[in-house]
Design a protein around this ligand. Sequence first.
Ligand SMILES: [Zn+2]
Ligand SMILES: [Zn+2]
Length: 267
Amino acid sequence: MGVYAVGEFLERAEKLMDAGDQVSLRYACLELRLSLEKIVYQKLAQLKDKIPPAVYRTWQPQKALKLLLSFEPRADQDNTIDIRQNNADGTPAGDWIHLGEYRMFSAKRLNTLYNKVGKYLHTPSLKEHDTLQPLTHAMISDVLEEIKRVAEATIVVSVNSINNVECKFCRHPVYVSKSQIDSGSIVECYNQKCEAKYAVKRVDNEQFEIRSHTLCTFVCKACGNESSLDLPEHGAIKQCVSCEQPHVFLMRCYEWKGEAGNEDQTA
Ligand SMILES: [Zn+2]
Ligand SMILES: [Zn+2]
């Protein structure tokens, strides 16, 4: 069923929901969550020529959809895709041809649905045990219906050009889409050890530039290279992005205080 190929997951979920007992309903939650993941990851896979999958391989769907939205602000909105040929002078050369329907969860809805079914996929903590309601068909039927709606998409499209520039701290690529250049966005280095922020500015029709938008930086006492640093909490530990030397920070001065774990450095 459909371009996202989640038909089997949804069929199993429906059967389990119809069975109606607690164990079956929990397994239905698993099938529904797998469907949510499969749909978002398939959309994300369209970026693989531009952004290596290693960057987002371990991300949960909500974070993955946020990444998509940073590049394609309309990636979480349904669209009808039609095309038409034009003559060299820009005048229409034929009728519109219907290519298909693109569908996706809104970012907010995805978060709600993913967490709703996720609650039932682990043994509840003692605190949750008192408040967690027994599952019913009605409690998860909206999740099933929303996935079915999105799964009826007939096309998955990606309309964006993505450039990359080198992060000045870690040398990994920083990805910048056309829509981010147009809107002067703040972009982030996706190297999880770095996460430096940059402001994007269009220079002219062809070119753009990025400037560091990082709150603080620190120079590694071991290798001398600079790393980015968001405002750290007292006692925060941050590794050097080049040599991974850990550094401990104190709120009053953000100075390097020695290796993590040294008793006299963290007091
Ligand atoms: Zn970086
Ligand atoms: Zn270092």
